[in-house]
Design a protein around this ligand. Structure first.
Ligand code: PLP
Length: 411
């Protein structure tokens, strides 16, 4: 049997004490007592702070940082971030309410996403946030509604760029796409905007997600600045804001290395110098989701049963893909790979068994870890999945097989 590399204590952000994995100084088994149940998600606010610090150490101060709340819309997480970033990016009317509840100023909230409903558009205009329109229909709906309300709709154009983010986990640009307005149409659309009803805010150019290759991100930044310059040259309205997207990834799988921010920061400093004349009065924004929160979270479940089947070991836990679809490999991965896993109650015990960790669902897709080298565990031990702070419960089929729900807490 092929043995996956030991990933016994894989994250640089977590400590252990004896056999206990710690989050915010507390043993995970005690956090289970606070949660009142397993499974649960626990997020560590100090790790979120560390990620913001890492970003700020390298990225020029002039560039604003936004949090894309779809990565983790838990209100405590959003509230924590709202005090530490410059703005929030949302993708639905319900996320708008979470964003407003956090106290973030509406002028620093922007709303992207294809196929916005009238409810979405009306909510954005009434709240005074920036609507990143992704089609001409959205723009005309915004124009009409702003007139009926006697206000101006703050509108930015989401551009479908004519390039793509290379080596990206999820490509969201280049070629025909449901996202944004094709770059070649944008100048004309800006020219025809009804400025009696629209306050033009600027451009949103997002090209992809989960990228660990700094050169690919640098390349996308270069092309994004160049595209924005072209679009500004062709239009008469000033560019107040330029959202250059995000895409900063985190390492999930064996062999992946953290993204190197230093060259990205150096390149941005150079771009800011090169384009000084064009963007001197433009606010430039990077929007990040998983980079800020992904590493702050653990998904913890309890071993309910252990058995052998034809030479392989299986640990059955009370957690599974109904809470954590991404970890099961069914959220956009082509080939399933293991997230880093540990036995949170055997954190210092030497690994000695190769096991499969599975959930309680009646489907072979419900895998938490596949042939993973771990210390020997007993029924009742707790299993923790690292890198679980983003795209967790809200990206999972919580109703599937009517299993109990999951608790989330931020420490
Ligand atoms: C999903 C999304 C993000 C966040 O992506 P991450 O990979 O979590 O950083 C940011 N911006 C837009 C427009 C998105 O759709």
């Amino acid at each position: 049997m092929e043995i996956k590399k030991p990933q016994h204590h894989p994250s640089p952000y977590y400590q252990k004490k004896g056999d206990d994995l710690l989050v915010a100084g507390l043993p995970v088994r005690m956090i289970a007592g606070i949660a009142g149940q397993t499974p649960f998600y626990v997020y560590d606010r100090s790790i979120i702070n560390t990620k913001i610090t890492e970003f700020r150490e390298h990225i020029p101060e002039r560039i604003h940082l936004h949090y894309a709340i779809k990565a983790n819309p838990h209100p405590a997480v959003v509230n924590h971030l709202a005090n530490r970033v410059n703005g929030l990016d949302i993708a639905s009317q319900k996320e708008l309410i979470v964003a407003l509840n956090s106290g973030m100023s509406p002028s620093e909230i922007s709303f992207a996403g294809p196929g916005k409903s009238e409810v979405d558009i009306h909510a954005a205009i009434n709240a005074g946030i920036t609507l990143n329109v992704e089609s001409e229909t959205e723009l005309s709906r915004a124009t009409e509604y702003a007139k009926t309300q006697g206000v101006k709709a703050r509108v930015a154009i989401r551009v479908n760029p004519d390039f793509e983010l290379k080596s990206s986990g999820m490509k969201m640009s280049g070629g025909p796409k449901q996202f944004g307005i094709d770059a070649e149409k944008v100048a004309e659309i800006i020219r025809q905007m009804d400025l009696s009803a629209i306050e033009y805010m600027g451009l949103h150019i997002f090209s992809g997600s989960q990228n660990l290759n700094c050169n690919a991100i640098i390349d996308a930044h270069n092309k994004t600045f160049e595209l924005a310059r072209r679009l500004v040259k062709d239009s008469e309205v000033p560019l107040l804001k330029l959202n250059i997207g995000g895409g900063f990834g985190i390492p999930y799988f064996p062999g992946e290395m953290p993204l190197d921010l230093a060259p990205i920061g150096d390149n941005l400093r150079q771009l800011l110098r090169d384009y000084q004349d064009v963007f001197s009065d433009t606010e430039i924004v990077i929007e990040l989701g998983r980079f800020l929160v992904g590493e702050s979270g653990l998904y913890v479940s309890k071993i309910n049963d252990i058995k052998e089947s034809r030479g392989q070991s299986f640990w059955m836990t009370d957690g599974g893909l109904h809470h954590h679809l991404a970890n099961s490999g069914n959220f956009g991965q082509v080939i399933r790979k293991n997230y880093p896993v540990c036995v949170a109650t055997k954190a210092s015990t030497a690994p000695s068994v190769v096991t499969n960790i599975v959930g309680p669902l009646c489907t072979p897709l419900d895998i938490l870890a596949d042939k993973y080298l771990l210390p020997e565990a007993q029924i009742g031990d707790l299993v923790a999945i690292f890198q679980s702070g983003a795209y967790g419960p809200t990206a999972s089929p919580l109703g599937f097989l009517s299993q109990p729900g999951v608790v989330e807490l931020l420490l």
